[in-house]
Design a protein around this ligand. Structure first.
Ligand code: CAA
Length: 690
């Protein structure tokens, strides 16, 4: 055994030289790993006993990509291109041995090897697009040469991690070896390759698939068209496509030059900076300063869900998917039957539905009509009507029924959880688990810590969230918590803007163009204007009252803020316009022309300001947690980093100046947060609060 450096060693096993990397957590291509590979290759080539070379990793994964933390800094150590050239031009066959994930630069290294073997559980992908990037180490030119341009574009623009079996079918992997026996399997494969004198396959020289696509520009036009919605606003998907076009139309080296140029543009741009920030922000959110990772975890082997409506059903599915049995309680048999039938239908309609799998998941669900059925659950989540008196009644009953140690959670989207906990004798067991609808799809989970919630309960819920595939953010108790509280700030402004002369479709368009999937008025039409509206109490005092009274209750009635045709296509409505006009005139004002810039600033800056208040009150641990909430629960475009990141990048002095200007014109709703004022006075930004 030769120690090459702190993260690399070299061994001769039979007639095969083995370079082993061990750089936790994910063997990213840091300077140390690149140096290790360069010197490991040199050692293998100098070793007369080595007829072939294997590159293998220890720990949880093969190389998972470039070391993202190094981006933006001065390059140290061997260059990745030199390492790849040494591998590709090696006179001895080089074999990549893949387990875990070979991602980004990791797969690009493997693509310069002459052969690739993997265990069945391994996955390969070029997920740079998720960081606002493209594979910058030849991946855009090599991948299409193996899997063809269409498949390459799909993989690169979706950033998917493709299972080893599929990789084998596509030719991306040459052979699967037995699970748990990667090293031995790879060495045996390498020995065979050398003994049989198999060719040193260089992917760069394999031109058949790219040549077949030459002269067929429609491949790219069709792909762009089919994915236009998904790519809207993002630069990286288009740049990835352009690289594949270059792979098809240009010689390898010229294609590489295109890749290098476009990679340079992306990595120095604002979108990738925001997306890389989002990557680390998500991981940071899992870290709670006063709840260390080794805090005890309560085993959760059975979950109770109270409420079988859309929310309760969606929540139940998360646990059923993760193999955890669920008891769902409804008050009436027909409601329970409906809830269970909806869950089944959701499974059957899912794109990836496999009948046996649907049955297995449904087999984990038990229905019940009485809360006493929850006595042996480890976690109970209440998803009943959003009213304090009802919640308190349910929690008092749960306290009497549930076993000691059980976690009692509420899915409230903004009620005071301390008040709910106060009716129990175990406030340490009470926590908020705020799912977002549809709860089986949306990634975000706001975990709400009440005054007495124990650290074990918090840690259990954070870990459980990961198990059910959610991105969890720990927040504190305040009206609306983090997400809805900031949404409220935006909604207030949107409502005021239309009372000053902006049309709902103007506000929606500006926010859509900013990158949100939908504006607040289109959203209101989709959800139904009559949520929370009571006909008997309606006196035509608000625009919503008037619209609902006219039976303009949103898409479901064919009209709301907008008019809808039979295919639910929205059109600006002259009726709404007239109602708005009359309201404004009646209030003694004159409608005025409001610029897109003002609409954007008045909707977004109060969100930044509200975020500052939330931080001041310590209802969020760090600014990036707020950004994670908004990106994963409310459609904030990830390439704009989240409200706090956005505030920093617009410049807090500008945000503050605008808030002051609006406050002077329009009153206290725009009062700047003291934290915002302090940061500006100190010349600091939210990023400095980490
Ligand atoms: N660079 C630096 N750190 C990384 C990293 C990377 N490429 N990938 C993961 N990490 C870190 C994470 O920040 C995390 O750190 P903390 O424990 O301190 O929070 C740790 O490794 C573990 O990561 P996860 O919590 O995400 O672990 P996981 O097991 O759930 O997932 C993974 C592992 C699938 C590899 C996932 O981390 C991931 O998707 N990583 C990013 C992969 C990627 O995008 N690669 C392309 C990089 S860009 C590139 O390669 C450009 C190029 O062309 C040269």
């Amino acid at each position: 055994m030769t120690e090459i450096n702190a993260v690399t060693r070299y061994d001769l096993e039979g007639d095969v030289g083995v370079i082993t990397l061990n750089s936790p957590p994910v063997n990213a291509l840091s300077a140390g790993v690149r140096d290790g590979l360069a010197n490991g290759m040199a050692a293998a080539l100098a070793d007369a006993g080595a007829k072939a070379v294997v590159i293998v990793c220890e720990g949880r994964t093969f190389i998972a990509g470039a070391d993202i933390t190094e981006f933006g800094g001065a390059q140290k150590g061997a260059s990745l291109f030199d390492v790849q050239n040494a591998i590709e031009n090696s006179p001895k066959p080089v074999i990549a041995a893949i387990h875990g994930t070979a991602l980004g630069g990791g797969l690009e290294v493997a693509l310069t090897c002459h052969y690739r073997v993997a265990v069945p559980s391994a996955r390969c992908g070029l997920p740079e697009v998720n960081l606002g990037l493209l594979p910058g180490a030849g991946g855009t030119q090599r991948l299409p040469r193996i899997v063809g341009p269409e498949k390459a574009m799909e993989m690169m623009t979706a950033g998917t991690h493709v299972p080893a079996k599929e990789c084998l079918a596509m030719g991306l992997v040459d052979e699967l070896v037995e699970e748990g026996k990667l090293r031995e399997g790879a060495v045996a494969f390498a020995h065979k390759v050398a003994a049989e004198g198999r060719p040193l396959k260089k992917v760069r020289e394999s031109n058949e698939k790219v040549e077949a696509a030459r002269g067929h520009p429609e491949i790219f036009a069709n792909f762009r068209k089919a994915n236009a919605r998904r790519f809207r606003g993002f630069l990286a998907p288009e740049y990835n496509i352009q690289c594949v076009e270059a792979a098809v139309n240009l010689p390898f080296e010229e294609g590489l030059a295109v890749e290098r140029k476009l990679f340079g543009e992306l990595i120095s741009g604002a979108q990738s900076a925001a997306q890389r920030y989002a990557f680390f922000a998500e991981r940071q959110a899992a870290k709670i300063p006063d709840v260390p990772d080794d805090t005890a975890v309560i085993p959760v082997n059975k979950v109770g869900v109270i409420g079988g409506g859309t929310m309760g059903g969606g929540i139940a599915m998360n646990f059923m998917n993760a193999g955890i049995p669920v008891t769902m309680v409804e008050v009436k048999q027909d409601a329970l039957d409906r809830g269970i039938a909806t869950i089944r239908r959701n499974y059957e309609r899912s794109r990836t539905a496999v009948p046996a799998e649907t049955e297995a998941r449904m087999g984990r669900l038990t229905g019940a009509l009485d809360l006493s059925a929850l006595a042996d659950c480890d976690l109970v989540i209440e998803a009943v009507f959003e009213r304090m008196d009802i919640k308190k009644e349910v929690f008092a009953k749960l306290d009497a029924i549930c076993k000691p140690g059980a976690i009692l959670a509420t899915n409230t989207s903004g009620l005071n959880i301390d008040e709910i906990a106060s009716v129990t004798k175990r406030p340490e067991a009470v926590i908020g688990l705020h799912f977002f609808s549809p709860a089986n799809v949306m990634k975000l989970l706001e975990i709400v810590r009440a005054d007495h919630t124990s650290k074990e309960v918090i840690n259990t819920c954070m870990k459980l969230a990961r198990k059910i595939g959610k991105i969890a953010v720990l927040v504190g108790v305040c009206p609306g918590f983090v997400g809805n509280r900031i949404l409220g700030a935006r909604q207030r402004e949107a409502n005021k803007l239309i009372m000053e002369g902006a049309m709902p479709w103007d506000v929606d368009r500006v926010l859509y163009d900013f990158g949100f999937p939908m504006g607040p008025f289109a959203m209101s039409d989709l959800a139904g204007l009559d949520i929370g509206w009571v006909k008997e109490r309606s006196k035509g005092e608000t625009i919503r009252d008037v619209l609902c009274e006219m039976d303009r209750r949103g898409q479901k009635t064919g009209a709301g803020w907008y008019d809808y045709d039979e295919n639910r296509n929205a059109k600006p409505s002259p009726v709404t316009e007239k109602i708005l006009h009359d309201f404004i005139v009646r209030s003694g004002a004159n409608p005025r022309k409001i610029s897109d810039e003002e609409i954007l600033e008045r909707c977004i800056y109060p969100m930044v300001n509200e975020g500052a208040k939330i931080l001041e009150e310590k209802k969020a641990i760090r600014p990036s947690d707020i950004d994670v909430v908004w990106e994963n629960g409310y459609g904030w475009p990830v390439y704009r980093g989240g409200p706090m990141w956005y505030g920093d990048h617009v410049g807090l002095p500008k945000v503050l100046a605008k808030m002051q200007e609006f406050q002077a014109q329009m009153g206290d709703a725009f009062t700047p947060a003291p934290l915002l004022e302090k940061l500006v006075a100190d010349g600091k930004s939210f990023a400095d609060l980490k």
